[in-house]
Design a protein around this ligand. Sequence first.
Ligand code: IDP
Ligand code: MG
Length: 150
Amino acid sequence: RGVQERTFLAVKPDGVQRRLVGEIVRRFEGMGLKLVALKLVQVSEELLREHYADLRTHPFYDCLVRYMGSGPVVAMVWQGLDVVRVSKVLIGATDPLDAEPGTIRGDFCVEVGKNLIHGSDSVESARREIALWFRVEEILCWEDSASHWL
Ligand code: IDP
Ligand code: MG
């Protein structure tokens, strides 16, 4: 079971302000996933609108874009077996009140509007998001074969 994949993760502004970057990175490292890109960035409204384009019809869209632009975020690319699915499990449910204890959201937040971390929801969206947030040369060994990491 399982294939090597890459996913896009971002510690949202509340996570950076609350000094939770180390804790969050530690959890992904602990799972044996491989960090292949990381940067601290203040993101433009334009990029955020594009990143969350699928949600533009939702009433919270403007609020979400404002929240994501309210401070620097830590953008990352992680690689590993089933990393998209594994990451969503580690992150927990969208609404922290539904997130299991032991997940990042379940352990560290209570508001859906301040839920600490983003993770891609599919291999397809991961590909789109990675291309949106990173230049190819910012990602380690982007062209390497999957077997390199095993
Ligand atoms: P996800 O981050 O768990 O994948 P999505 O449904 O993709 O959740 O929504 C993206 C982000 O939009 C959420 O992480 C959260 O920050 C925000 N969001 C989702 N639903 C609500 C809501 O009902 N009110 C406010 N913000 C929301
Ligand atoms: Mg999502």
